[in-house]
Design a protein around this ligand. Structure first.
Ligand SMILES: NC(=O)c1ccc[n+]([C@@H]2O[C@H](COP(=O)([O-])OP(=O)(O)OC[C@H]3O[C@@H](n4cnc5c(N)ncnc54)[C@H](O)[C@@H]3O)[C@@H](O)[C@H]2O)c1
Length: 255
């Protein structure tokens, strides 16, 4: 088997449609020599149907990252398909509607807590659940949306992403001694189910398509997926706690 990820065994979370960033990661990873195991949340039969559209149909394990039993049983379930993991992809985000679309000042703590548990804390939970299968050289990669700024409609999801960016640095700190890396890809706006759930998301779409120095496609998940693959590969052996922007250069400009 040849390719950037030849022989690597990956656990990829976050596939719900074939527009999911995770779907592109799984597809490209298989095309580049990796063996992929998926996890699915909620509508498992849908995830299983989408998994069959990959070049190699991938097994799907049920995982709600806020369910302690699912997390505790994850390593054993993964072991039914692969004998270890070289990479784990966290492609998970959720916030109740009250937390988005301008609701920052009114969202109740219970809703904010859900957003933080599923979108931020889960990065650590997932890594720890998979840790028994990982060894030196393994990598964890997650997806963020640049959290250095307050965006018009992102609200508590923005706070959750700021926490995720910090959590990735702490994971890098704590897993570094085992030779395990943690990095994030900061993607520009892409039309996925998660994006469509944000009222006013079109504001991001307009800003990016008008201003990103390289231009930006709202429907091409491959650039973000490629960066995930690169970070999972052996080509970033000394990089951890990093955030790679895949946003057409938008973060670098002041417009
Ligand atoms: N689409 C964008 O514009 C964009 C930009 C930057 C970063 N991101 C991030 O990329 C990641 C993937 O999102 P996407 O845009 O591909 O959307 P998506 O809707 O395809 O994927 C989000 C996934 O999160 C999963 N999920 C939600 N709650 C969960 C739970 N409790 N347990 C396990 N899984 C759960 C969903 O099942 C879904 O598969 C998210 O972290 C998102 O914030 C998206």
């Amino acid at each position: 088997m040849s390719g950037l990820l030849a022989g690597k065994r990956l656990l990829v979370t976050g596939v719900i449609t074939d527009a999911s960033i995770a779907f592109s990661v799984a597809k490209l990873a298989q095309e580049n020599g990796a063996q992929v195991v998926l996890t699915g949340y909620g509508r498992l039969s849908l995830v299983e149907r989408i998994a069959k559209r990959l070049p190699e149909p991938a097994p799907v394990i049920e995982l709600d990252v806020s369910n302690e039993e699912h997390l505790a049983g994850l390593a054993d379930k993964v072991r039914e398909h692969v004998d270890g993991l070289d990479g784990v992809v966290h492609s998970i985000g959720f916030a109740p509607q009250s937390c988005l679309g301008g609701g920052f000042l009114d969202a109740p703590w219970a809703d904010v807590a859900t957003a933080l548990q599923v979108s931020t804390y889960s990065y650590k939970s997932l890594a720890m659940a998979a840790l028994p299968l990982m060894s030196a050289g393994s990598a964890v990669v997650g997806l963020t949306f640049d959290a250095t700024k307050a965006w018009p409609v992102y609200d508590w999801m923005g706070v959750a992403k700021a926490g995720l960016e910090s959590a990735s640095r702490y994971l890098a700190l704590h897993l570094g001694k085992q030779g395990i890396r943690s990095n994030l890809v900061a993607a520009g706006p892409l039309r996925t189910i998660a994006a469509k759930s944000i009222p006013g998301f079109d504001q991001f779409e307009d800003a990016w398509t008008e201003r990103a120095p390289l231009g930006w496609s709202l429907t091409d998940q491959e650039p973000a997926a490629r960066a995930c693959l690169a970070l999972l590969s052996d080509w970033f052996p000394a990089t951890t706690g990093e955030i790679v922007h895949v946003d057409g250069g938008y973060h670098a400009i002041g417009a």
